[in-house]
Structure formats: structure tokens, C-alpha cells
Design a protein around this ligand. Structure first.
Ligand SMILES: [Zn+2]
Length: 372
């Protein structure tokens, strides 16, 4: 059964099959599929793997690679998809970072399920108390977020980019973990949480420097609420997707001091796009260009509920660009009846992408596949 309805991808249709309804491909069909694959010229980049220099000496990462992922059907399906794609763009969402300890909004244990409501743009701009509450909570969540490390998914994407298999990443995440993993061509669709920007003069400072200001100005506030211990050892269940922490709302946010711009006294805001705000036209243009030039789109860890990401996938589908999604849970595309248009793998990102990286960059395995 062909899974794409796009005439422009007839070769793909002969190779790939729809696994949307039957995730486990019978062994016989898998062999047939591989047999067909062996006649398809492989991408030259994938035959000459080159791990990013910064990572080559990371023994821990190398040891962590699975020994043999050839039997993993989901990895194989994604590998087939990758082989058919010359210019693969990747869109990542919160599900890509949950394995780094950063909660998502809509996952089974996400912020929404715990009653968290993210701050809205207008609320931040027009309500001083909301700003105080936001920064008080952010001050507590900051340590855990600043220490978050790239997980298998981030590392695999960085290595695939270095090997020429991934052209670029558009991320909905503001955690900068793709960049920490070594990815170079990353567009932060919703901004970055490691910067704070003045809404009046545009002056920017690091979130780290801003944290120092927050702590200095609120030393007494922290002491008065007996939160010193919590600040040092934040209970993980308090973390929320915004990069903040849930403090029981018995604290007096009204007496929390929010630093202002040291240049002009203006209002400071994290350099992220809050809900209710819009992506800047410049970023939108860049992102559109990347997706328009793509020959394949891989969505990782996004339910696509946020329009800025959903729009990009629709743009790709309208242009008959093949789309694959790795996400735990139903996406907006499936809810809207467009699930048959895409290869959907219901899985956590880390395992699948680590397997894909291993599969794609495993020189021996590639040769074996080609000769078989
Ligand atoms: Zn300013």
C-alpha cells in the first residue's frame, strides 16, 4: 500500500509502504522492501560518514549507540524515508526535549495535564503582577533548564547534519539544545530562553546575567518566603514547560522585584515568543524558504497543535513534499484526517533518531545493504 498520494514521488511510492495503520511490517514484506531499496542509489553523503569533530572523542556517546538496530521496524521505516530525501528539513517540538528533562505541554505528563497555563503575551506586557509572577517562577526553574543537556535525539540530528543527511532544523523549542548538541543550521522559531531583551531599546543580556540580578534584588523576598532550600534543590515535579517552576501560589508575587533595562529603564522580556504573540516576519520568511526548498520534512516531537509549526507541515504537503512524523501521541494532522498523507511513527524521539543515525552512518551496514 502506497502511503503518499503524490504523483511527484512515484519512486518513493514503490519503495515505502504505509505503516500508519500497521506499525509492524511483516518480515517478508520487510525483506521485499529492502530488496527494492538495494536497487535505489544511496545518497553519497551517507556512504562517507563523518561525525562532527566535536563529538568524535565522546566515548560515552559512542558506547551508548545500539549494537544492531536493523531489526527495528520504525528505524527501518524512517531510514527508508531518509534515503529518498536529498534535502531533509527537520521541525522539532517539545517532545524532542522531554528526554532532557524539560517538560512538554501536551504529553501524557506535560504541563497541561498538571494544570499549568502558559503566560500569554498580552498578560506579560500589560499586567505587572503577571510579570512579577513569571520572573519569580522563572528564577526557580532557571537552574534546571540551564543544566539540561542534549539527549540522543539532539545528538543524532547534529551528526546527521554533519554527515549531510539533514539540511536544517526549525525548532519550536527555546532551550538551545540543538545548538548545544552541535547542530549548525537551526532556526529558533519561537526564540531563545537564554537571552533577555529590552522591549524599549532592544538591548540584550544573557539570561544568566539576568538571573544574578533577580537573585540580588530578591534576596530578602526569597528568605521571607523560606524558599532558599527550594532554590538550591528544586523538586523536579515543579518544573514547567515555560522554563519556570510551579511555586505554590501562596507567595506574595506583588513584592517580587523585576529588574529593568540598565540602559533605558525599559521593560525586559525573555527573547521568546509567548503564546498570543506572532513570529517575526523575518524569521517567517527564513523558515518558509527552508521548507519550500526541502525535498522531505521530518517532524520530531511535536503534536503540531501550535499553528506556526502546523502551517509549515501544511506548506510541505501542499507542495507534495513527503512528510514523516516521530511523535508520541496523536498529532493535529491525524485529528484533521490528514494522517494518511504522512509516515507517522508513534514513538519517543531519542530511541528512533539514535537508531536512525546509527543505521544511516554505519558504513559497514550501508555496504551490506547495497550489496545485498
Ligand atoms: Zn532598554
Amino acid at each position: 500500500m502506497a502511503f503518499l498520494h503524490h504523483p511527484a514521488h512515484s519512486r518513493w511510492r514503490t519503495v515505502a509502504t504505509c505503516f500508519h495503520r500497521s506499525p509492524l511490517l511483516p518480515a517478508r514484506r520487510r525483506r521485499e522492501s529492502r530488496s527494492m531499496m538495494s536497487t535505489v542509489p544511496a545518497r553519497p553523503e551517507l556512504l562517507v560518514p563523518a561525525a562532527p569533530a566535536a563529538m568524535a572523542d565522546d566515548a560515552e556517546m559512542a558506547e551508548g549507540l545500539p549494537e544492531d538496530v536493523s531489526g527495528d521496524d520504525q528505524v527501518e521505516q524512517l531510514y527508508d524515508f531518509l534515503r529518498e530525501t536529498q534535502r531533509l528539513q527537520v521541525i522539532t517540538g517539545a517532545g524532542c526535549s522531554t528526554e532532557s528533562g524539560i517538560p512538554d505541554y501536551r504529553g501524557p505528563t506535560g504541563s497541561y495535564s498538571r494544570g499549568h497555563r502558559p503566560i500569554q503575551h498580552d498578560e506579560y506586557i500589560f499586567n505587572p503582577w503577571s510579570r512579577q509572577r513569571y520572573w519569580a517562577r522563572s528564577m526557580f526553574g532557571y537552574g534546571a533548564f540551564a543544566l539540561a543537556k542534549p539527549n540522543d535525539a539532539h545528538i543524532a540530528l547534529a551528526r546527521l547534519e554533519a554527515a549531510g543527511a539533514v539540511e536544517g532544523i526549525v525548532t519550536q523549542n527555546v532551550d538551545r539544545l540543538h545548538q548545544k548538541a552541535g547542530s549548525r543550521n537551526v532556526l529558533d522559531l519561537h526564540g531563545r530562553s537564554d537571552r533577555v531583551v529590552c522591549m524599549n531599546c532592544g538591548h540584550q543580556l544573557s539570561r544568566k546575567a539576568f538571573q544574578t540580578q533577580l537573585l540580588l534584588l530578591n534576596e530578602r523576598w526569597i528568605g521571607r518566603h523560606g524558599l532558599g532550600e527550594e532554590l538550591q534543590n528544586l523538586d523536579a515535579h515543579r518544573l514547567r514547560a515555560d522554563g519556570d517552576a510551579n511555586l505554590d501560589d501562596i507567595v506574595d508575587y506583588g513584592s517580587f522585584t523585576v529588574p529593568t533595562c540598565q540602559r533605558c529603564g525599559g521593560m525586559l522580556k525573555p527573547a521568546v515568543i509567548f503564546f498570543g504573540d506572532v513570529v517575526s516576519p523575518a524569521i517567517k520568511r527564513q523558515v518558509n524558504k527552508q521548507v519550500e526548498n526541502a525535498e522531505g520534512l521530518l517532524v520530531v516531537g511535536s503534536s503540531l497543535e501550535v499553528f506556526s509549526a502546523y502551517r509549515l507541515v501544511k506548506l510541505a504537503l501542499d507542495r507534495e513534499v513527503p512528510v514523516a512524523i516521530v511523535n508520541k501521541g496523536v498529532t493535529r494532522l491525524e485529528r484533521e484526517g490528514l494522517g494518511d498523507m504522512v509516515l507517522k511513527l508513534d514513538a519517543r524521539a531519542g530511541h528512533i533518531l539514535k537508531g536512525l543515525e546509527r543505521r544511516a552512518l554505519q558504513r559497514g551496514g550501508e555496504r551490506k545493504l547495497l550489496s545485498g
